[in-house]
Ligand binder design. Structure first.
Ligand SMILES: Cc1cc2nc3c(=O)[nH]c(=O)nc-3n(C[C@H](O)[C@H](O)[C@H](O)COP(=O)(O)OP(=O)(O)OC[C@H]3O[C@@H](n4cnc5c(N)ncnc54)[C@H](O)[C@@H]3O)c2cc1C
Ligand SMILES: NC(=O)c1ccc[n+]([C@@H]2O[C@H](COP(=O)([O-])OP(=O)(O)OC[C@H]3O[C@@H](n4cnc5c(N)ncnc54)[C@H](OP(=O)(O)O)[C@@H]3O)[C@@H](O)[C@H]2O)c1
Length: 434
């Protein structure tokens, strides 16, 4: 079986950016043969949240390459040039393209790597390949759409699988219920409910806010309850001094801080990203509720400071027991459909790595995103997008993606050099012994 230098799990922006970096490293003489495995049938960037009015939340300059190599041919500006839209884009006068356009840019970049990416295969586990006492390679097992299991061998692994939909405990018994779905599958699922009259949207982040406005425009008869625990929808702060936390050198600062300082930094700036929609979107939602007041109708409701203590499936819909945290009273409401815009967890790599967990000291990464392992485990394993607690809030976003892939590439090159030196020394000593 062929042995790759690197296998990447997932082919979202993080691993596309890595593929670009490795391609450009080839021109510098470093040839790391990589292969990527993506569970979606083709490239798509959060396809079920590609809503008509949604736009990017970071500058297009934080694309797959510019921050690392502005002269790369994979920059967003070169994409615009290739598509003959550069002048028109300039006239838009924005740093924040639509999510549709950025998805098209990412797909354009991904298309360059079709030869080294298998789409439609979900990686299900990572197994150790031993030679005597040493783990020398990793066996990556994936399953395709026809349930066929495939295996590939690699010297190094990078896991860039993004977030996993977070489902609140009160909904765990409703998993698989067609009336209840996460924002991650919103467009696909909402299409199954064209006649839903009363819909609950749970959460107060960007996803909840975008979905609320989408439902508002989708059908004039749909009633939406926007349900959240907080007292108000707070905007994301993207003012310039605060935005410095997403600069690449801030990663060094966060990583080199003590555990306590890091926790404080994350806590202080949490709302720059989480449970924090764009101000313009919040104003649109406020406007919807204001116009209801003017007309004296109550189509939608904003149920702030409400917690869902229980959710059960009934014949006529999903019944919530809602706890009003202000009054401490409970009441029931029934919905035709429920959208959980409740965010994402970022620890799914643990289940993929379960078979090789004994070889890791803990699940901490070093500055170059590499998991620390025991000496007789030779492969290197990197994590992208799961290192927020050690590397800061930019880790799950596009902000540092281009630069991070260079840090990983440098670590791979240095590992390859060390292995080559070890092999050369072994060859010399066995030749001398002979
Ligand atoms: C709706 C939405 C909009 C966003 N907009 C922005 C934005 O404007 N700006 C910003 O900075 N950040 C944004 N983000 C944050 C987002 O995390 C990053 O933009 C970016 O997608 C991270 O790239 P990634 O490759 O690490 O993860 P992802 O884009 O999530 O890609 C991971 C890939 O891995 C695949 N995968 C997962 N598990 C497996 C498996 N077991 N086997 C094979 N493949 C697997 C997935 O199918 C996916 O294609 C947004 C997030 C969401 C949910
Ligand atoms: N256009 C875009 O660019 C775009 C679109 C969508 C998302 N995004 C990005 O995607 C990331 C995730 O955003 P998101 O809005 O999906 O998630 P999020 O920001 O993590 O927000 C999740 C929301 O769900 C609530 N929640 C979580 N668990 C809950 C529970 N058990 N019960 C009730 N409420 C619960 C949270 O409330 P509490 O605060 O009370 O916990 C919060 O309001 C962010 O980086 C965001 O910027 C970008």
């Amino acid at each position: 079986m062929k042995i790759y230098d690197l296998i990447g799990i997932g082919f979202g922006p993080s691993n596309i950016a890595l593929a670009i970096t490795l391609e450009e490293q080839k021109q510098a003489g470093y040839d790391i043969e990589s292969f990527f495995i993506e569970k979606q049938p083709g490239f798509a960037w959060h396809p079920n949240m590609l809503l008509d009015n949604a736009h990017m939340q970071v500058s297009f300059l934080k694309d797959l390459a510019t921050m690392r190599n502005p002269s790369s041919r994979f920059t967003f500006i070169n994409y615009l040039h290739q598509k003959n839209r550069l002048q028109d884009f300039i006239n838009l006068k924005t740093f924040f393209p639509s999510r549709h356009e950025f998805n098209d840019y990412l797909a354009w970049a991904a298309a360059h790597f079709e030869h080294c990416c298998a789409y439609g295969e979900e990686v299900i586990e990572v197994l150790p390949e031993k030679r005597s006492d040493e783990v020398v390679l990793l066996r990556i097992r994936s399953r395709d759409g026809e349930q066929v299991i495939r295996e590939r061998l690699t010297r190094n692994l990078v896991i860039s699988i993004g977030g996993h939909p977070r489902v609140p405990d009160s909904f765990s018994s409703l998993q698989g219920n067609p009336r209840v779905f996460h924002s991650n599958s919103y467009l696909k699922e909402i299409a199954q409910h064209p006649h839903a009259k009363k819909i609950a949207v749970v959460g107060g982040g960007q996803s909840a806010a975008e979905i609320f406005m989408d439902l508002h425009h989708r059908s004039p008869v749909t009633e939406v309850d926007l349900i959240m625990r907080a007292r108000a929808i707070k905007p994301s702060d993207d003012s310039p001094f605060v935005n410095e936390i997403f600069n690449t050198d801030f990663t060094d600062y966060v990583f080199n801080s003590s555990d306590q300082q890091r926790a404080e930094i994350l806590n202080e700036f949490w709302h720059t990203n989480y449970a924090a929609p764009d101000l313009a979107l919040i104003e649109q939602i406020f406007n919807v509720f204001y116009r209801q007041k003017v007309s004296g109708t109550e189509r939608h409701r904003f149920l702030r400071r409400h917690e869902i203590s229980r959710a059960v499936s009934q014949r006529d819909g999903i019944q919530f027991v809602l706890h009003d945290l202000n009054t401490d009273c409970e009441r029931t409401e029934t919905y035709d459909a429920v959208v959980l815009a409740t965010g994402y967890d970022r620890d799914h790599h643990k289940s993929l790595l379960a078979p090789i967990m004994p070889y890791f000291r803990d699940l901490k990464v070093n500055r170059q995103y590499q998991l620390g392992s025991v000496p007789h485990f030779k492969p290197t394993v990197f994590l992208q997008g799961a290192c927020e607690s050690s590397h800061g809030l930019s880790d799950t976003l596009l902000s540092v993606t281009a630069v991070r892939t260079n840090e990983i590439a440098q670590a791979l090159i240095s590992t390859a050099n060390q292995t080559a030196t070890r092999q050369a020394k072994r060859a010399v000593s066995s030749a001398l012994a002979y």
